[in-house]
Every structure is written in structure tokens, then in C-alpha cells.
Design a protein around this ligand. Structure first.
Ligand code: KIV
Ligand code: NA
Length: 275
């Protein structure tokens, strides 16, 4: 398993960092076996796994439940768990308590926090407590309602400078990594050069230190909207649907189970059965 210092070293060596979300045992396992550098148990699970239309309803217990499963699937991969909506806006003490609970119960290596501003003292506090923090700027889905929806952030120079300033603040506060979501590639490049901590982009172009995608978007698992910045490396949903439909047909038509899928008792043993 890589460490936070190894991720910083990767940035220095221009070696890209790969990250993908995972929310359960098999998804984490396939990610680990594919050689991913880090796994994010993102609160995107609210949308792609739990069927909510935002990340707002996701709770600490949801994160723990899915984080534990992902940990079991990927015992040897650096695991980051999202701090869900609301929790970070409580007192720093309460937020710290939730972060500790999530770390202890899931066995994750780090937590991720959306935003700068009032989050800066929290990033400082968690880091001081020994909890590695990944910051997250640009499009921060937990505040999509305030941002006016799921839109590209930092398109004007003033907005871009604000994000750049915020990014520096998260680094100064002790974040060891920064996720930047849905920002122009020029800003992402500028930001990555200005920081010593690695930047992980999603919808931020290639001039960042690593990439992250949502598992279900990447493999085409689901019927949800796929953002423009996603590259789908597979479309498993139609394959799954086809398999299930064939199963239904075969059961109805008595094609399944066949002899190959049944158990047999010896002929003489059946005598008593048949009488
Ligand atoms: O929850 C999530 O999946 C995320 C990534 C999009 C970075 O926060
Ligand atoms: Na998230």
C-alpha cells in the first residue's frame, strides 16, 4: 500500500496517480486487482448505489457501512472515505469525532472534505490529530444547490483565482492531496504547478497529478446521467440486463436448471422416495 509521502513523491516524479471510487467488496476488489493506487469511498454512493438524486441524504453510517465493505475487498490499497454532507459544518470537535469514528470503523487511511473557507480550521485540526485529509475544490457536489447545480467552476479569472487561493489554503492547513472537480484544464494545470501536494482531477484535464472517476460511470453500470468528462471504458449494464433476461426466459421455458446444475442421488436410494 502506498503512503501519503509516496503520493507526494509520485507528483515529484511526474508519475500519475490513479484513483477510482468503490463502495463494496467486489468493486474494491476489482479495483485493487487492476492495480489502482487509491480507492475513494465517495459519497457519490448516494447516487450510484443508493439511488438518491444527490449526495445530500448520505449519512456517516452509510459511509461506514460501505467503507467497511470496500476495505474488505481492498485490504492493500490506500482507502479514502468521504466526510458526508453536514458533518463538517458542525463544531470542529464534533466533526473530528465523526472523522475518528469513520477511520476506526472502516479502517480507511484518510478522509476527504469538500471546500475551503470554514473547512480550513477543520483540515488543520484533523491533520494535527493524525488523520490524513484530502481536500476537494471546484465543483463540490455537497454544495451544488448553492453553486447553482452541477456546473463547471472557475471559468472566469476571478473565480479561478479564488479556487487557486483556496487550494493553497488547503495545502497550508495540512491536506496531503487535493481533488479538483469540473474546472478548466488551464486552471487545473496552474493549480497543480502552484502546489507541492498532488492534485487529483475529475473533469479537470490531464495536467494534474492524477485522475479519479466514479466506478459506475467508468464501467457503465447503471442508467444514470454520465457527465461529459467521463470516459466509459465499458458498458456493463446492457450485458447484465441481457444475462438477467436470459435467466428469466430459461426458467420460464424449463431450460434452466439443466442436468449440469442439479444434484443426483443413487438409483437404489430413490426407491424409498418413490415408494
Ligand atoms: O463522491 C465522489 O465520488 C467524489 C469524487 C467524484 C471525487 O467525491
Ligand atoms: Na464525494
Amino acid at each position: 500500500m502506498k503512503s501519503t509521502t509516496q503520493f507526494k513523491a509520485m507528483k515529484m516524479k511526474y508519475e500519475k496517480i490513479t484513483m477510482v471510487t468503490a463502495y463494496d467488496y467486489p468493486s474494491a476488489k476489482v479495483a485493487e486487482q487492476a492495480g489502482i493506487d487509491m480507492i475513494l469511498v465517495g459519497d457519490s454512493l448516494g447516487m450510484v448505489v443508493l439511488g438518491y438524486d444527490s449526495t445530500i441524504p448520505v449519512t456517516v453510517d452509510d459511509m461506514i457501512h460501505h467503507g467497511k465493505a470496500a476495505r474488505r475487498g481492498a485490504p492493500d490499497t490506500f482507502l479514502v472515505v468521504d466526510m458526508p454532507f453536514g458533518v463538517c459544518h458542525l463544531s470542529t470537535d464534533q466533526a473530528l469525532r465523526y472523522a475518528i469514528e469513520m477511520m476506526q470503523k472502516t479502517g480507511a487511511e484518510a478522509v476527504k472534505i469538500e471546500g475551503a473557507g470554514t473547512m480550513i480550521p477543520l483540515i488543520e485540526r484533523l491533520t494535527a490529530a493524525g488523520i490524513p485529509v484530502v481536500a476537494h475544490l471546484g465543483l463540490t457536489p455537497q454544495s451544488a444547490a448553492v453553486l447553482g447545480g452541477f456546473k463547471v467552476q472557475g471559468k472566469t479569472s476571478s473565480e479561478a483565482l479564488k479556487i487557486l487561493e483556496d487550494a493553497k489554503k488547503t495545502e497550508q492547513a495540512g491536506a496531503f492531496m487535493l481533488v479538483v472537480e469540473c474546472i478548466p484544464h488551464q486552471l487545473a494545470k496552474q493549480l497543480s504547478e502552484a502546489l507541492t501536494i498532488p492534485t487529483i482531477g475529475i473533469g479537470a484535464g490531464k495536467d494534474v497529478d492524477g485522475q479519479v472517476l466514479v466506478f459506475h460511470d467508468l464501467i457503465g453500470y447503471g442508467t444514470h446521467h454520465i457527465p461529459k468528462f467521463v470516459k466509459q471504458y465499458a458498458t456493463v449494464f446492457p450485458t447484465m440486463q441481457q444475462a438477467l433476461a436470459t435467466y428469466v426466459d430459461e426458467v420460464k421455458s424449463l431450460t434452466f436448471p439443466s442436468e449440469a446444475h442439479q444434484f443426483v442421488m443413487k438409483e437404489q436410494e430413490t426407491i424409498a422416495l418413490y415408494g
